[in-house]
Design a protein around this ligand. Structure first.
Ligand code: ZN
Length: 248
């Protein structure tokens, strides 16, 4: 694995860890499309995913996903075999629904169980990018790839932890802040969070230092300078003057 690729995934997982409380072993919710792709490309999910994330993972699926894959079993027999190896998380759907719908309901509004979705379903990915805190894993050119955290994830970063997992929108948070300000409550907390940066007394630039030391002298010199410079020029002019002019 290339180092940049490795660094990227570490950075993203750190983001989810810091802002959404993800922790190892990561719960990877795997759907039929992901297994289908893995089977087709002969990728060993159980080996490749922990290696890629450099973490312990739990591979999970739901009954709805299995039932859906079973329906197309002829085409996706390999995928089904893979899926059936994974742990089953209860989705409470008595009548099996489509895999995508089941996943959406499992993740819910806040992804409280910290699922990482492993799916090749683009529509599902798009739908989940509008929500915050849902890592998306898929195969890109046969390589496992963790999607960059979505705009929504960045926008709401930190809030799910700060508010004990109660989701608050950006605007709501602003109103809350202004209310707290009005009541004079907020500042103490905020001050703790962000310690004000001390203005560092920078060491003066050594170059400027030297100049400063010279300054008193320089000022005198400076005063003399224009004169001497002029004098030099004048001298030169005088020197250039032909002798007979000088005599005159
Ligand atoms: Zn279900």
């Amino acid at each position: 694995m290339k180092i940049t690729r490795y660094k990227k995934v570490q950075k993203y997982m750190k983001f989810y860890y810091n802002n959404y409380g993800f922790h190892q072993p990561y719960q990877i919710l795997v759907d039929g499309t992901f297994c289908f792709s893995a089977f087709k490309e002969q990728i060993n999910i159980r080996e490749q995913i922990p290696k890629y994330l450099n973490s312990q993972v739990k591979l999970l699926t739901t009954r709805c996903i299995i039932v859906e894959t079973e329906k197309i079993a002829k085409k996706a027999h390999g995928a089904l075999t893979i899926l059936k190896q994974y742990g089953i998380h209860e989705c409470d759907h008595k009548e099996p629904i489509s895999g995508a719908k089941c996943i959406l309901s499992m993740i819910g509004k806040r992804n409280e169980k910290h699922y990482i979705l492993a799916s090749q379903d683009r529509d599902l990915q798009e739908a989940l990018r509008t929500r915050a805190g849902i890592p998306l894993l898929y195969f890109h050119n046969k390589s496992p790839t963790l999607d960059k955290p979505s705009r929504a994830s960045y926008d709401n970063a930190g809030q799910s932890l700060q508010t004990n997992n109660i989701f608050i929108s950006e605007t709501q948070n602003k109103t809350l802040k202004s209310m707290k300000k009005a009541l004079g409550v907020a500042e103490k907390v905020e001050n703790v969070k962000i310690p004000p940066k001390k203005k560092k007394t920078h060491n003066p630039n050594p170059l400027s230092c030297k100049k400063k030391k010279k300054k008193p002298g320089q000022q005198v010199v400076a005063k003399k300078d224009p004169g001497t410079a002029c004098g030099k020029v004048r001298k030169r002019n005088k020197n250039k003057l032909p002798k007979h002019v000088q005599k005159q």
